[in-house]
Design a protein around this ligand. Sequence first.
Ligand SMILES: [Cu+2]
Length: 177
Amino acid sequence: MKPLLRAALLGVLISVTAACQAENEVAKKPAEASQAQAAPAASAKAADAVKAENPFVRAVPPGQPNSAAFMVLVNSGDVAHQVVSASSPVANTVELHTHTNNNGVMEMRQISQIDVPAQGKAELTPGGLHIMLIELRQELKVGESVAVTLNFADGSTSVVDAPIQEVTPPMGGMKHH
Ligand SMILES: [Cu+2]
């Protein structure tokens, strides 16, 4: 009796599953077709696929001309994206920077873009990649936040609200003579 019951249940399950799949396929097809025509690759826009996690800006004392913004850029899409520039109302100039180790001395240099791989991430951290805020227009106080606009290679943009935090300098320190 029991095996028979199980077989009967299994049969019902299989037919239900099969029916669902068939229904889904029928329902999906027209939607996909119309979406592709209306807005090609809309979901692939960098600003939609790339999210900034844990953004923060280094707090600086009054008189200090520069600061930097850090964050983890997470790309949930299947296409690689690139940040090609950034801007912020708190700085006259904003540049994309990285750090390189020159015989034990950490040096900053400007780069043309920050790559965010498909299904991957780019980590902007003190001592590594960062968004350089040059010629600050205002003091950056802990507890306030800074708007940083990211401009992607595909023309889309996203504004990141980055809280201002105390950041201890990375090991090795900056270039000094
Ligand atoms: Cu820098």
